[in-house]
Structures are given as structure tokens and as C-alpha cells.
Write a protein that binds this ligand. Structure first.
Ligand SMILES: CC(C)(COP(=O)(O)OP(=O)(O)OC[C@H]1O[C@@H](n2cnc3c(N)ncnc32)[C@H](O)[C@@H]1OP(=O)(O)O)[C@@H](O)C(=O)NCCC(=O)NCCS
Length: 237
């Protein structure tokens, strides 16, 4: 459910989503922006971001990247009370974007189909990860389940019909990818050893090292009709 609008540049508006826990703010931004907005969006980006934008193979991918980074900068700028171009975003572990000097808030971003969701977390010793997928995304869910789910997770979804199994896989995937984005591990996270009990909510029940269940809380994000999104909060210190 949207609770307020963000007065971003141009026509696009960031929409605040209901935060599922304390200290967390969630925003959804459109990535398909009007042509006249490009100079303003481009002017917010850092030199490395502009270079990266230049390396995308298609104009559509480039524009979405620029719109996503501008949305992130506008969101952080408002929180920090500085100009979007002045937000000091650096690359942390495996390229995880963070504020310089580990400053607050911690943040993370996920994109799908013309939409970005942004999570900001203001809690000392904690980091946040977020993942969004189109709810109707078609995928080889049974073979992905063999690769990325625990035996208990596979057993739990086995009785479901094909489409319900696909949806259940997507939810579990967004949980695990959000966790991998909080740590910065990304696709090198030990997905098949991270266990989530979806029958009791989104309860972490297994995971090695930094993925130990007691360090995590997971929350479904109401990102709008047609989306499956999860935010993960990690206690790392
Ligand atoms: C992070 C990752 C899982 C993203 O997956 P995705 O589903 O394609 O994309 P999403 O839209 O959900 O997330 C992308 C955003 O996550 C953020 N991100 C990038 N790397 C990240 C990382 N390691 N941890 C957390 N967030 C990361 C960025 O904001 C990125 O958006 P941007 O490209 O506009 O900057 C994937 O890119 C990845 O694994 N990256 C790490 C690569 C890696 O492990 N390299 C090892 C060599 S050291």
C-alpha cells in the first residue's frame, strides 16, 4: 500500500511503501522516464556511473540504469539533506553499493520490469538487502529448486500444483537473493544451505556462518500487484 509520494525530479515519483519493520523505509520508483527528464537524471550521476551507463549494450538498458541510479540518489539525497549528485556511493564487498565510510542509512536496490524498489535501513550493526521479481515470471522452477533450495524447502512445496510451486519458488528465491544482497555475496551466496520456513511466515531456519538464522529477519514487501518482493535485515555486528 502506498503511503506517500516523493517529490522527485521531472514527472516520475517515488512512492513510499509500507515499511514492514522499524528503522526501515521502502520506496518504489518507475524506471521508464520521459525524454525531457534525461538531462536532469544524467546530471545526478557520478563519473563512474556515467562510464558504466556508457557500457550497456542497448539504449533501453542504459536508460533504466540511469533512471535507477538517479532514483537511488534522489532517495538518499532527501534522507541526507544533500544534492543527489553529492551522495557518496561507493562499491563495497563484491560491488555492493554503500555510503562511503559505512555511513547510515544502509541501503539496497532491486529492479524488474521498469520498476525499482529501494530499501533504506537506519539500524546500527545491520544491513539490508532487497529483491523484486515479476510474479508471473516463468522459470524452470523445479530444476532451479534442486539447485537452490534445501531438501526441507523442496519437500514443503512438492505437494503444490505446478503454478503454486513456481510461485513458492519465486518467494524463496527473493528471500535468498535479498539475503545475498545484504551480505554483498550476491550469486556466490550458499543458496542451497539457506533454509526458510514459509509455513510460519518467512522464518530463517538454517544457514552457515553469516547466514545463521538468528542473524536475520525477512519480510514480504507489498510492492504492488504483479510483484513478489522480499526485504532481508541482517545483524552483522
Ligand atoms: C547482486 C546481484 C545478485 C544482483 O542481481 P539481479 O537480480 O541481477 O539484480 P537486482 O536488480 O536485484 O539488483 C541489482 C542491484 O543490486 C545492487 N548490487 C550490485 N552488486 C551487489 C552486491 N554484491 N550485493 C548487494 N547488492 C548489489 C546494485 O544496486 C544493483 O543495481 P545497479 O546495477 O543499478 O547498480 C548480482 O548482480 C550479483 O551477484 N552481483 C555480484 C557479482 C559477484 O558476486 N561478483 C563476484 C566477483 S568479485
Amino acid at each position: 500500500m502506498s503511503v506517500s509520494e516523493f517529490p522527485g525530479s521531472g514527472n516520475a515519483r517515488g512512492v513510499a511503501l509500507s515499511p514492514p519493520c522499524d528503522d526501515l523505509a521502502l520506496w518504489r520508483w518507475p524506471l521508464d522516464r520521459d525524454g525531457h527528464e534525461w538531462p536532469a537524471l544524467w546530471s545526478m550521476l557520478s563519473a563512474p556511473e556515467r562510464e558504466r551507463a556508457g557500457r550497456f549494450g542497448t539504449e533501453a538498458l542504459r536508460q533504466r540504469y540511469v533512471a535507477g541510479r538517479a532514483a537511488l540518489r534522489e532517495t538518499l539525497a532527501r534522507r541526507l539533506g544533500i544534492a543527489p549528485a553529492a551522495v557518496p556511493i561507493v562499491r563495497g564487498t563484491r560491488g555492493r553499493p554503500m555510503l562511503a565510510d559505512d555511513a547510515s542509512p544502509d541501503f539496497n536496490v532491486s529492479h524488474t520490469r521498469g520498476v525499482a524498489v529501494i530499501a533504506l535501513l537506519d539500524r546500527a550493526g545491520h544491513r539490508v538487502g532487497i529483491d523484486i521479481e515479476g510474479e508471473d515470471r516463468s522459470l524452470a522452477h523445479d530444476s532451479l529448486a534442486r539447485k537452490f533450495l534445501t531438501a526441507d524447502e523442496r519437500d514443503a512445496i512438492a505437494p503444490l500444483d505446478d503454478d503454486a510451486r513456481r510461485r513458492a519458488f519465486l518467494r524463496l528465491w527473493t528471500c535468498k537473493e535479498a539475503m545475498s544482497k545484504a551480505t554483498g555475496d550476491g550469486l556466490s551466496a550458499p543458496f542451497a544451505r539457506i533454509g526458510i520456513d514459509t509455513a510460519r511466515g518467512l522464518v530463517p531456519v538454517a544457514g552457515p556462518d553469516v547466514y545463521a538464522p538468528g542473524l536475520w529477519s525477512l519480510h514480504a514487501v507489498a510492492a504492488g500487484a504483479g510483484y513478489c518482493a522480499t526485504v532481508a535485515v541482517w545483524r552483522w555486528a
